[in-house]
Structures are given as C-alpha cells and as structure tokens.
Write a new protein. Structure first.
Length: 359
C-alpha cells in the first residue's frame, strides 16, 4: 500500500488492510514519506513501513517545483528498489503526492496497481496514478464523469472505506472522555488530522457564546493547539483511538469537507456544518464534496467567504434547537455512505492476487 500526507489518505487504506487480513493470509506493508503522518498511523496499525522521498506536485509556477521534481525522481528510484526487493503481488494506492513514485515504479516492474479516489472528483495525484493502474476505484458514481475517455471501463464505484472502529463507537464513552454531561448538547469542531487555522480562528471568535449553548470539543491540530480553557470546552491537538467515540457522541459536527471526514460522518449518521476549503487554498474538491452533502440534506454549508463568528454561532444555535432536523440530517448522511466499501475493495484485491481456493 502507498499514500499519505494527511490521515485522510491513510485511514481508508488501513481500513482496507484490516479487511484484507480477514480474507487473505498474506502480509501488507506501506510505502510513504518518513516525515509524514502516515508513518505514525501505519506503525500504530502494526504494518511495516518503507520510507521514500516525496515532492509536491503544484499546479502553479514556483521555484520549489524544480527541487520537488528532483525529490519525485528520487522517490521513484527509492520505491523501485523497495518494490524490486519485496516483490509484492499488487500495489494499492490511496493517493497523496507520495503515492505517485511507487505507482510509477510498480508499473516499471510489472507489478499490478489499483488506485482509490475518495473525493468527488479526482485530484492531481490520482489523475497521474490512474494512467498506470489496472483498476480505478472511486467513492461516488458521479466521479466516473470526471475520468478521461477510455478510463471509465477500468473504474469501479466502491465508496470510501472507513475504519472498523467506527462500528464500535460508543457515545457514552466519548462524552466521558471529554467530560461532557449527558444532557448537554455536544458540538465537535474538527479541522482534519492536521487541523485548520481558519476553522480554529472562526471558533475562537465566537467561543465564549458557543460555550453557553453547548459543550464544545475542538480538535485543533498540532500547530495551533492551545490547552483547554475549562467550562464547557475541551481542546486537543489530535484524537486517535477516542475519535470514533467522540464523533458518535456529537449532536453536531463543525468541520471541513474532506472526503474521509464526510465518510466518517456517514458511517455514524452525524449532522454537520461544513466549512469547505475555498478555491483560494485548494483545487475546489471540498466545495464539490460539501455540495453532495448539502443537496442530500445531510449538512449545512457555510462557505469561507461568509464564515464569520456570528454566522457560525447563529447556524449552530439554530440547528441545536431543531432536534428533529438534526436527526433527519444524520440519516441523510448515513444514506450517502457505503458501509461495505473496505470489504468490497479488499475483495477486489483478493480476487486479483489470489486465485480461487488459495489462502
């Protein structure tokens, strides 16, 4: 397996690895960047980790493109050495720029590749990878329309895999962990595994009032982390094992619109206020992800250009006073998910690498 940069590229891959272990007796290892979040998460899951250099692929002019092209080339060489030594039966890519060199190296070595895209429309890394892959796995049926001509025949709609830990999520345990009373509304603010400075600033601007209306749990990211201030507020840099329980306990989630976050909202039927990254800071994939949830009635979308502390407070306050609407939003989120996504992908891998009747 390969992928990384954020937990959103790692957790779905680990979910597939977990399901693969149920139906196949072979071993799984991971290729990623040594300094990336993937090293920690993969090691915690008990998989072997191989490190390679990784360079970012930019869509704009920058002198850093020159040095990063060298890093990408070095990554291809390093991945080629690893794959030639390990000789895996298949390489599964979960995306992120670190996945491109291993996919290219695998193609050079004749190792079959599958790639999975979580977002509504493919990112640049996936657009490169899918040219070298036998199978293109996507989360949404609408994604097929974004594929270049001739590639749709290699595509399979699988959904976005989520961790099995979500199935065992316990809201009582989540409330106990953060210290939230049972009869107090819980609002969970999460900006992804790396945090979101924009979201952190937005919450800070209305936190005093927000805490009067609900118990606020705030995953801030390592960079912006500030210890909790007490009274109806729990801040943390990052939640790992307790994340599913806290998410299950939330009456409302305020978050970005990364594909992995949305898949976990679906798995736990959580209503949300989505503040997607704008095109000023991204390729617009979160805007399109968020629109899927808004159209389905699973979320309220607060665009960055309209996101003020006052707007967030009014939106959250209004939703918390509509318990019936929150329940409908949660069920609408559930309907967008594919609970069997990880098992489906594991089955496709198993079919490709192990003939019928073999362990």
């Amino acid at each position: 397996m390969t992928g990384g940069g954020t937990a959103g590229h790692v957790f779905p891959g680990l979910a597939v690895a977990e399901e693969l272990a149920r139906c196949w007796s072979g071993s799984v290892s991971w290729i990623g960047e040594g300094s990336g979040v993937e090293r920690t998460l993969v090691a915690r899951a008990g998989l072997r980790f191989h490190s390679i250099p990784a360079g970012k692929l930019r869509r704009y002019l920058s002198l850093k493109n020159l040095t990063d092209i060298a890093k990408i080339a070095a990554g291809v060489i390093a991945a080629w050495v690893i794959l030639r030594r390990e000789r895996p039966l298949l390489l599964f890519s979960k995306g992120g720029f670190v996945s491109v060199p291993p996919v290219i190296a695998a193609r050079l070595l004749g190792i079959p590749c599958f790639t999975h895209e979580s977002d509504f429309d493919p990112g640049l890394a996936t657009r490169i990878n899918m040219r070298f892959c036998e199978r293109i796995l996507v989360s949404f049926s609408e994604t097929l329309s974004f594929l270049p001509e001739g590639m749709a025949a290699r595509a399979v709609v699988t959904g976005n895999p989520v961790r099995s830990a979500l199935a065992a999520a316990d809201p009582v345990r989540g409330r106990a962990f953060v210290g939230c009373p049972r009869d107090t509304p819980l609002v969970f603010v999460v900006g992804g595994s790396l945090g979101s400075s924009f979201l952190n600033g937005l919450v800070a601007s209305c936190l005093a009032e927000l805490r009067r209306r609900a118990f606020v749990v705030h995953q801030m990211g390592e960079h912006d982390y500030v210890p909790s201030l007490g009274g109806n507020y729990f801040s943390t840099a990052f939640l790992s094992e307790e994340m599913p329980h806290v998410l299950a306990a939330a009456d409302l989630v305020v978050c970005r619109a990364g594909a992995n976050t949305l898949a976990e909202l679906s798995a736990l039927a959580r209503p949300s206020v989505l503040v997607p990254l704008s095109t000023a800071g991204s390729r617009g994939d979160q805007l399109r992800n968020a629109e899927v949830f808004r159209r389905a009635g699973a979320a309220v979308v607060l665009p960055e250009e309209h996101a003020t502390g006052t707007a967030l407070l009014e939106t959250v306050d209004g939703l918390l006073q509509q318990g019936d609407r929150l329940a409908v939003m949660g069920e609408s989120a559930r309907a967008l998910g594919r609970p069997d996504a990880a098992a489906r992908i594991a089955s496709l891998i198993r079919e490709r690498i192990a003939p019928a009747g073999t362990p």
